[in-house]
Design a protein around this ligand. Structure first.
Ligand SMILES: [Zn+2]
Length: 449
């Protein structure tokens, strides 16, 4: 069956109006999902209750749902935090999530990839992330989730980046398209990715299952990121990023009786930390290096025999990134050798930069411009952040298909990752309408007359 590429076809205004009306009608449900997810935040690869909720809702809508091992390959991940995941699994079981499902997802991963199949035609995919952050949520009444009674039920875990909203939008778009499925042809795919924070490898693990290989158009989204309610950015690009954990192993000694037999891992780590923050700039692009964690030693009278450092690198260009990564290795090994300390460096996360598709960006812009609640549309911006949706975008681009990363503006109560972060829930409705209209356009069944 020959399928027309509808990317350049004129946008049907009725289709946009319908998406806006449907989205407003679903506002209550979309906000309810968001608030429920907000109360039950789960860490990367520990999104058990979240995945179960998504599976239940999408099953009910008649989508074909892949969950766990059929949606991702755990061997492709960089790293995960076993302690946080175990605590999350325990909570999920207590909250009534099927214990076998929790066990399965703990072994196989928490990704959910679901298809709304509407016959022959292109595949339009949406990627949203599901994980929270290790932050204790603000509890005072000036913080809306606390005031309205949907503050996180888990001390030390919080949806402080808006990923609860992303999941709600994903479910919203799926609901709206399912309702209109008789007017569509092709497939709408919803990719619910675990562990975006820290770029731990959730996107790689889903890509490893080939789940974007048959995708023609891919749209990844984020709320906020500095853009207010009513604004949309059609194409956001991100920095190249890598995350490392360095383990330094020295030798303990009595610091007064036999200090000469000690090998000081703390001093090696401290020397390396100063060196890492003093890497010379690169002529072909800005970069940033951060030693975010430095732990060492056990007791004041003992030469510190161990140290652990977590290091993040972000860069505008691959050249600058590769330069910094090479310097990171040299500095760590150099400081280690100066102190007679063994250094082991492990990559615990990472994401490339990615190209995007201008024409799909134009379709998003043109659609957004027709949504009454959107008053400003930007074409292309570069975010000072890493984001592993770029793994999907690169896979799509390699195959000559089209992908973009879209920002849905939202007024924020505080910055991303802050304990009093909150976004404007009106953006959920606007975002759902816009994405539904874009998918509706690309999957529109041609009426033969
Ligand atoms: Zn985020």
């Amino acid at each position: 069956v020959a399928v027309t590429d509808r990317i350049a076809a004129p946008i049907d205004a009725t289709l946009v109006t319908q998406a806006v009306t449907d989205s407003r009608e679903h506002e209550h449900t979309i906000v309810r999902w968001r608030r429920d997810l907000h109360q039950h935040p789960e860490p990367g690869f520990g999104e058990f209750r979240t995945a179960a909720l998504i599976q239940r809702e999408l099953d009910a809508l008649g989508l074909t749902v892949r969950i766990g091992g059929s949606a991702m390959d755990v061997d492709a991940i960089y790293s995960c935090d076993e302690t946080r995941i175990e605590a999350s699994a325990e909570r999920a079981r207590q909250q009534g999530v099927d214990s076998d499902l929790v066990d399965q997802l703990q072994r196989e991963g928490t990704a959910v990839v679901a298809d709304l199949v509407c016959g022959e035609g292109p595949t339009v995919a949406f990627r949203v992330d599901m994980d929270c952050l290790p932050v204790t949520e603000a509890s005072d009444v000036t913080h809306l989730p606390a005031r309205e009674g949907f503050r996180s039920l888990v001390e030390g875990e919080m949806h402080a980046c808006g990923h609860d909203g992303h999941v709600a939008i994903g479910l919203g778009v799926a609901s709206l398209l399912a309702k209109r499925r008789s007017s569509l042809t092709g497939t709408a795919r919803f990719i619910f990715q675990p562990a975006e924070e820290g770029a731990l490898g959730g996107a790689r693990a889903i890509t490893a299952r080939g789940l974007v290989d048959d995708v023609d158009y891919l749209i990844a989204i984020h709320l906020g990121l500095g853009y207010p309610t009513g604004e949309v950015v059609a194409r956001a690009r991100f920095l190249v990023t890598s995350k490392f954990r360095a383990r330094l192993a020295g030798a303990a000694a009595h610091v007064v009786n036999a200090p000469e037999t000690g090998r000081n891992a703390l001093l090696a780590a401290a020397t390396a930390a100063l060196g890492l923050h003093a890497i010379a700039p690169h002529g072909q692009g800005w970069f940033s290096v951060n030693v975010g964690v430095l732990r060492s030693g056990d007791e004041q009278g003992v030469t510190p025999a161990w140290a652990l450092m977590d290091i993040g690198v972000w860069a505008e260009t691959q050249a600058a990134h590769d330069y910094v990564v090479a310097r990171v290795h040299e500095i760590l090994h150099g400081a280690g050798s100066a102190h007679g300390v063994e250094v082991d460096i492990e990559q615990i996360g990472g994401a490339p930069a990615a190209d995007d598709d201008e024409q799909l960006g134009q379709l998003v812009s043109a659609t957004a411009a027709q949504i009454p609640d959107i008053d400003q549309v930007r074409d292309l911006i570069i975010c000072r952040a890493g984001e592993d949706a770029t793994v999907f975008l690169n896979r799509i681009a390699e195959q000559g298909r089209r992908g973009v990363y879209v920002l849905i503006g939202s007024d924020l109560a505080a910055g991303h990752h802050a304990h009093d972060f909150d976004f404007d829930e009106r953006s959920l409705v606007t975002g759902t309408a816009m994405l539904t209209a874009v998918a509706g356009h690309l999957l529109q069944r041609e009426v033969s007359g």
